[in-house]
Design a protein. Structure first.
Lengths: 807, 120
């Protein structure tokens, strides 16, 4: 079993590598090499289905990071195998289809198949994952690979926009899901699915479980394009058609359904499960059907119909009783068959005629008889006509709704009404899809570009349509197969038997009424000439989403402007002003205990006060002088007076050092000022701040000075009883054999600090040297401005500026 | 408490702040020089009143010596302050060579164009 699983998981990755290698040489023929991968994976899945005992769950573990207790855990049960079959089986058909669809008109075949195989590998990983974190990683990988696939035709703007939208929506909701997973994992104490499915989380607090469920459901709703995220799916239709057929009918959008089915046993009993899923998803079902009816692009019709059908499938789990769901695989399989088929048909029609607009198409039944037959069957299955699998699916769907109605749950009418409404609309657009393309009079303008598709490209849709028909006529066969995939916890213990004919029941009558109403709607709208030019913008949401995405950088820029990131010299006043307010406010609140008391004349040393007076005069000169040199002299005077102050403080070493440093500083700054032209100094008057700003600066500076004065007084008041310095005084001679305590501290007691101090000087020297050795600015650097380029997406870059100048 | 020292520190600190808030790089440099003096004096004030005490030389009979630790700290601070000032001086010189201005306001002016003589 483990070997088969390994094949399923790793063959797609090998296929991706093979595609890259083969793509360069083989071009369009790469598909035949790649086809092996899904075929092998599919065969392995089928083998697994035959091997495993129905209704069991096998956990396969490989050590990954054993020291962290992280293992690669995979779960093989009915649900995983069902989705594994869908993913690998449709994968085979899609690769086969692509081999014919992506002809030599396309480029980069290797890259395409590489992405496709990577996507398939990620899908299979998600489906078989046995650990929530592993599931999340694979889930996000499908998002990334689908981004690559949707944007495969990256020279088209709409492809890029569609890919980005899909990535943002599914990735963003995926983050919510991660939060939910972590919440659940913390609540349950494990991330292993097997334990969670067995009900480990049951004891957790309901609030946590509800929050975890809503977050995880958000991820599922985003991936499955449910309201309000439905807009990304129609935009993702910019992808090549095989991608749409694979991702947007059978696999990626089904992941949301898979996830809901996966966590069904964990969360079914939380009180939000039913209300949330039923309201949102059945609402989306009706909404999507309406939009499908209003669209004209064949792919858009299919996209909105997929949104609608996904809404049903998700809402279905929402309605299911805690004992389990029934017949869910039937609905999913039915949708996979007809939707995959119809996407492929649309691709062929697009290829043959060059248009996908249903208003321009018509009368193709004579030119494409086989395709018309295929489409008729698939559209009939979508509409739910008798004889197709869609009919059976709809019968059971209506039965469920009737049961739910009778179950008298809250909102019991809601699913019924929306399902009937959506079904009527679905019949109408199914008929339109078929009739618009193949019915009516032949259009001569289509004949010009027409080139008939080969038989081989029609084979995959033919197979799928055949499945719709065959399983529709012999539903017990499918029923038997799906029974094998019965999953514990998810499915109702009593098995459902599918029959083609149940007699004239209320479901049958309802179904027929729906078909009649749908046909009537179609005819009515034909007569009314299908008034909508397009889906109205306010119903599409995508323009709003794009605007929001565009507003993000703009909002960031505004915020940055608000924070004045481009005006550095505004930072300092803000920081200092804030400090003054904060510390000043603190002092004012505690002024009672912090007030130092008025000065006493006897305390003031006249000599020191005299020096302070001299320094104050020098400070006034610094403030008053306008010439740089005079100011420098005043600054130097302050420095020398401070030297004298050191002498008064009985600090001969300080005084000596200060004299040396002060002289060196004076010389250095004088040298610097001598290098500046007179104009630089004179132009300063014009660059000075306005009076208001200077007053503000003075207030801030005055506040700082006052605070520091008070701080100094406080520091002097609260003196430590035993200063650390007495230790050095006592030990200076016995330990360091020196009499000057300051010197012994520097070179003996704290010698390493002094070494580091010398290092600082060396670093400053090296830095200064580097600055002096730097070359002059280049022309490009000048062009980029003082701050250099502003960064990606903001402002002009050097190149743009050059381009503007060159003409 | 030494009111005269506290006032001196506050005076120097306020003046330094005012200079640092200016647009001219040269004034900012002067502000920095004053700031390091003010900070040194603040630490020195911690050593307490020097009146009636002697320099921290042991082994000399007479008055009790002042606390030597603040002095050692300040000595280090003076030297490092000088290193930083020297670096700032060179940085300012370099900025002027590159930008042809000694004004922070002009340097960050978005409307500023490159000088004419460089455009050839």
């Amino acid at each position: 079993m483990a070997t088969a699983l390994l094949i399923i998981l790793f063959v797609p990755l090998l296929g991706a590598i093979a595609a890259l290698v083969a793509g360069r040489r083989l071009g369009a023929q790469t598909a035949w090499v790649v086809l092996l991968a899904p075929a092998l994976a599919c065969a392995a899945t089928v083998w697994l289905v035959l091997q495993f005992a129905p209704g069991t769950r096998t956990v396969i573990e490989w050590p990954w990071i054993p020291s962290l207790g992280l293992n690669l855990t995979f779960v093989v049960d009915g649900l995983a195998l069902f989705f594994g079959l869908v993913v690998s089986g449709v994968g085979v058909l899609v690769v086969f289809y692509s081999a014919h669809y992506l002809d030599h008109h396309y480029r980069d075949h290797g890259r395409f198949y590489c992405y496709l195989m990577l996507f398939m590998g990620a899908m299979l990983g998600t489906v078989f994952a046995g650990n929530l974190l592993l599931l999340f990683v694979c889930w996000e990988l499908t998002g990334v690979t689908s981004f690559l696939l949707i944007g495969f035709l990256h020279d088209k703007g709409e492809s890029r926009a569609g890919a980005r939208m899909a990535l943002l929506v599914t990735g963003g909701t995926g983050l919510a899901m991660l939060a939910g997973i972590v919440l659940l994992g913390q609540a349950a104490g494990t991330y292993e699915l097997a334990a969670l499915l067995d009900g480990v989380a049951k004891g957790a607090s309901p609030g946590r479980l509800n929050a975890a469920f809503v977050l995880i459901a958000l991820g599922a709703l985003g991936k499955s394009a449910q309201f309000p995220f439905q807009f990304w799916l129609p935009n993702a239709m910019a992808a090549p058609t095989p991608v749409s057929a694979y991702l947007h009918s059978a696999t990626m959008v089904k992941l949301g359904i898979f996830l809901i089915a996966r966590i069904f046993p964990v969360f079914r009993e939380t009180e939000l499960w039913s209300p949330l899923l039923v309201t949102v998803c059945f609402g989306t079902m009706g909404f999507g059907a309406l939009l499908a009816l209003m669209s004209h692009d064949l792919k858009a019709i299919l996209a909105y119909s997929t949104v609608s059908q996904l809404g049903f499938l998700l809402g279905y789990y929402g309605m299911a009783s805690p004992a389990g769901a029934q017949g869910d695989f039937l609905h999913i399989a039915s949708h996979v068959f007809y939707k995959g088929c119809l996407f492929m048909v649309v691709g062929i029609v697009d290829h043959a005629t060059g248009t996908r607009d249903v208003r321009e198409l018509g009368g193709l039944r004579h030119r494409l008889p086989l395709l018309a037959g295929i489409t008729a069957v698939a559209a009939a299955s979508m509409a739910g006509l008798p004889g197709t699998l869609g009919f059976i699916s709809k019968e059971y769907m209506l039965k469920e709704k009737f049961d739910y109605w009778e179950g008298a749950a809250a909102l019991n009418w809601y699913p019924m009404v929306l399902v009937v409404l959506a079904s009527v609309l679905k019949v109408a657009f199914s008929v339109r899809l078929f009739w618009g393309v193949f019915g009516g009079k032949p259009r001569p303008e289509l004949a010009k570009n027409f080139h008939a598709p080969g038989l081989a490209v029609q084979l995959p849709p033919l197979l799928l349509a055949g499945a719709c028909l065959a399983f529709g006529l012999f539903p017990t066969v499918l029923g038997g197969a799906l029974d094998r995939l019965h999953t514990v916890g998810l499915h109702h213990p009593v098995d459902l038997e599918f029959h083609i004919w149940h007699g004239v029941t209320r479901e049958f009558i309802m179904s027929m009424l729906i078909v009649a109403a749908g046909a009537g709607t179609f005819l009515l709208l034909q007569l009314e000439r299908w008034r909508w030019a397009r889906v109205p913008a306010w119903l599409r949401f995508d323009a709003g989403f794009e605007a929001a995405v565009d507003w993000l950088p703009r909002g960031a820029k505004l915020l940055g402007r608000g924070l004045r990131f481009d005006r550095q010299f505004d930072f300092l006043p803000i920081v200092l002003g804030f400090t003054v307010l904060l510390l000043g406010g603190f002092w004012w609140r505690h002024r009672g205990e912090l007030w130092p008391g008025l000065p006493v004349w006897a305390d003031i040393n006249p000599l020191r006060a005299f020096v302070v007076g001299l320094i104050a005069v020098a400070v006034g000169m610094v403030m008053h002088m306008r010439r740089w040199t005079s100011q420098l002299i005043a600054v130097s005077v302050i420095g020398f007076l401070v030297t004298f102050y050191y002498v008064l403080f009985r600090a001969p070493d300080l005084a000596m050092t200060q004299i040396l440093v002060e002289s060196a500083t004076l010389l250095l700054v004088l040298l610097l000022l001598a290098r500046f032209p007179r104009s630089a100094e004179l132009s300063e008057a014009t660059r000075a701040f306005p009076v208001g700003r200077q007053v503000m600066n003075a207030v801030i500076a005055g506040g700082m000075g006052l605070l520091v004065t008070l701080g100094a007084l406080m520091a002097m008041k609260h003196k430590h009883a035993e200063p650390a310095g007495s230790y050095y005084l006592e030990n200076s001679q016995p330990l360091a054999h020196g009499t000057n305590a300051v010197n012994t501290i520097l070179v003996d007691f704290r010698g390493f600090d002094t070494l580091l101090e010398a290092t600082v000087l060396v670093v400053a020297c090296l830095g200064a040297l580097g600055l002096l050795m730097r070359y002059r600015r280049t022309a490009e650097e000048w062009a980029a401005g003082a701050m250099g380029p502003a960064g990606y997406g903001l402002g002009r870059t050097t190149d743009q500026k050059k381009e503007k100048k060159s003409p | 408490m030494m009111w005269e020292t506290a006032i001196l520190i506050g005076l120097l600190f306020g003046a330094a702040c005012f200079l640092i808030l200016q647009a001219s790089f040269v004034r900012i440099l002067f502000g920095f020089i004053l700031l390091s003096n003010a900070a040194n004096l603040f630490v020195l004030a911690m050593s307490g009143r020097p009146d009636g005490k002697s320099a921290p030389i042991v082994g000399v009979a007479g008055a009790a010596p002042v606390d030597p630790l603040p002095q050692a700290l300040i000595l280090t601070a003076i030297v490092i302050g000088f290193g930083v000032i020297a670096y700032l001086v060179i940085l300012l010189y370099r900025t002027f060579l590159d930008q042809r201005t000694a004004s922070a306001r002009e340097l960050f002016d978005p409307a500023r164009e490159r000088p004419e003589e460089e455009q050839a």
